[in-house]
Design a protein around this ligand. Structure first.
Ligand code: BES
Ligand code: ZN
Length: 621
């Protein structure tokens, strides 16, 4: 492990403004250097961003200026570099003087560096720019693509490396800055950011934002639309389009308690308010932990509060990720594995152990499936990832989430919960608003928890988890009492018991997922019909259940479900739901023409990133 844990000092010379003497400087080059930013902000100080933009919904264009406060005194770099992706740069002004900027080479998934000549004393850099319809982070929705169908909507999704497609920035998770923003939007719309937020639409159509805690660029976020607010308690609330705000308020009744529960586990919530915005259906992911304002898919609004663990997850990122941030995308498990673990601890406090064990078990199944898919010896199944030279989005998998959280669960089981909890609380506290890489975490773990206990080291086998593929033998497994009962019912059904007679009365979404996941690949038409009549799967308003049912319907050519599936695919933009259905359709010739026809009809309802991943699925076969 030590080979990862060193700093290589490389002597570099830099030429500063020509009337100054040539300076020789030592810039530490870290082997853990972030390979996904073209910025050199690891060698100058980025302090603050003042963003002033206009959002033009008609022309799908954001334009304005990004003013960066910088300090270049340490290494006196001749040029400061920022990340850009498809941005139009109009001009750059450094300390009040227009300067001649240059672009670096374009790297397909990284974009290109914007290099700005500076001196050792440069303090401010204003970039006048525009971002358009081809920005990867932006989804511009026509009114008919929203829930209420009355006004256009815009939202961003900056993680992992797309902030650079809507503002010039140093786009690496290890680089933090505070920000202010002034955002002008069309009349009658509200703007929200990952910052202090307004609660109401105003007449000026100009909104001001302050984020006074340093955050990395991937946590920059903006949403603009006809959005309403409802308070939950004194520090939490919900935002959504007006037509669904009451449903959302009901579904998220418990987010105030969730924050208090999380605080009891790992220390105070440091961000002031915690609000959630439910976005229109095209949102490509489940949730995004934008500080102070989680962005959520509308597919969590199941009408029975059964999917709110997704909010527990995004809230948990307020500690793991937003407070202590992965240094590079190769350390992504420090964000997501910790958060998955933390999410389940919050859920356990609020819903009990037997409920949470179902989440652990479903996660474990995902892990098994994912390792099978990637290959048991695949480098992509290490916790320490190896994404250099690749788009981090391409390396996205369940591994950081599930292998990561199971690793933490294993440590918990070995040292005992009280000890592990106080360890985690100090870890978050001591590294608040800082960056963490895998090796730093392991060293902290050794110093503060393992303390050289060789028996413990032997039991945990850190290297097998972090620097080796597959699922280690000591992987913990949750009790599956409730799933055993589900399995019994499934077996009864497969043996011929009519669906109506199965004992399913107290089942939650998770039991239904287990029931459907474990069905054999082929079912008889009469079995499909029996299930559908008894449980109304085709009509399910629960996206998790509907998605799985449609997958089974495709496998069995159960055409009764196809019109409902078509409607589902017309609106839902969450990749987790789209990808398996498109993937399944692509397995047969008839299915692939169906997939292509459906994609043609609805592609504009999908986020650019979702379109991209579906095209990949359709072109692979
Ligand atoms: N931070 C992630 C979303 C993300 C990851 C966006 C990588 C872009 C790149 C977020 O916290 C997340 O994990 N969301 C999950 C839901 C969660 C309950 C597992 C999702 O979107 O499915
Ligand atoms: Zn997450």
């Amino acid at each position: 492990m030590t080979k990862y844990n060193f700093f290589l000092l490389v002597i570099m010379s830099a030429f500063i403004a020509c009337n100054n003497p040539v300076k020789t400087i030592n810039i530490p080059i870290d082997p853990n250097k972030d390979a996904h930013t073209l910025s050199n902000a690891d060698s100058f100080e980025l302090k603050h961003l003042d963003l002033d933009i206009n959002v033009d919904m008609d022309n799908k264009r954001i334009s304005g200026k990004a003013v960066w406060s910088v300090d270049n005194s340490k290494y006196a770099l001749p040029k400061l570099k920022f990340d850009t992706y498809n941005l139009l740069i109009d001009s750059v002004v450094a300390d009040g003087k227009k300067v001649k900027f240059e672009f670096g080479d374009t790297i397909i998934y990284l974009g290109r560096a914007l290099a700005i000549p500076v001196t050792e004393t440069t303090k401010s850099i204003a970039v006048y720019y525009a971002a358009g319809a081809n920005a990867k982070a932006l989804q511009w929705l026509e009114p008919q693509q929203t829930h209420d169908k009355k006004f256009p909507f815009l939202y961003t999704q900056s993680e992992s490396i797309y902030a650079r497609s809507w503002l010039p920035c140093a786009d690496g998770p290890g680089i933090r800055f505070t920000y202010n923003a002034r955002v002008k939007v069309p009349h009658g719309l509200l703007a929200l950011m990952s910052a202090d937020n307004p609660e109401q639409i105003n007449d000026s159509s100009i909104y001001h934002f302050v984020m006074d805690k340093p955050v990395p660029a991937y946590l920059m976020a903006l949403a603009v639309g006809d959005i309403a607010f409802k308070s939950v308690d004194s520090r939490t609330g919900v935002y959504a389009e007006k037509g669904m705000i009451d449903k959302v308020r009901w579904e998220f009744e418990n987010i105030g308690n969730m924050v208090t529960t999380a605080e009891k586990l790992y220390g105070s919530y440091r961000w002031g308010r915690y609000d959630v915005i439910v976005l229109p259906p095209g949102f490509p992911i489940g949730g995004m932990e934008n500080p102070k304002l989680t962005f959520s898919t509308p597919t969590v609004i199941a009408g029975d509060r059964s999917l709110v663990s997704l909010i527990a997850h995004e809230l948990a990122h307020s500690w793991s990720g937003n407070l202590v941030t992965n240094a590079t995308w190769n350390d992504f498990w420090l964000n997501e594995g910790f958060t998955n673990y933390f999410e389940r601890r919050i859920t356990e406090e609020m819903m009990g152990k037997s409920y949470t064990d179902m989440l652990w078990e479903l996660g474990y199944q995902d892990l098994i499936d994912n390792v099978k898919e990637l290959g048991a010896t695949s480098r992509d199944t290490w916790l320490k990832d190896s994404l250099n030279g690749r788009d981090p989005d391409d390396g996205f998998s369940d591994i950081p989430y599930e292998k990561g959280s199971h690793f933490l669960k294993l440590i918990e089981l070995n040292v005992g919960r009280p000890k592990f909890d106080s360890f985690l609380a100090s870890y978050f506290n001591e590294h608040a608003f800082k960056t963490m890489n895998t090796e730093q975490f392991l060293s902290y773990l050794n110093t503060h928890l393992i303390k050289g206990d060789t028996a413990l080291l032997h039991k945990i086998q850190i290297n097998m988890w972090v620097y080796a593929p597959g699922i280690p033998e000591n992987c913990p497994r949750a009790d599956s009492e409730r799933f055993m009962k589900v399995n019994t019912q499934r077996i009864n059904f497969l043996k011929g018991m009519p669906a109506k007679q199965l004992a399913v009365n107290d089942w939650t979404t998770h039991e239904w997922l287990q029931f459907l996941r474990k069905m054999p690949d082929t079912l008889l038409l009469k079995q499909m019909e029996d299930l559908d009549v008894a449980f109304k799967f085709t009509q399910s308003k629960n996206a998790e259940i509907a998605d799985l049912w449609f997958l089974i319907a495709l496998k069995n050519n159960y055409t009764t479900a196809y019109p409902a599936m078509d409607t589902f695919l017309s609106s839902v933009g969450r990749r987790k739901f789209l990808e398996p259905l498109y993937g399944e359709m692509m397995k047969t010739e008839k299915g692939s023409s169906m997939a292509k026809a459906i994609f043609l009809k609805y592609r504009n309802n999908y986020h650019p990133l979702a379109q991209e991943s579906l095209l990949k699925i359709m072109n692979k076969k």
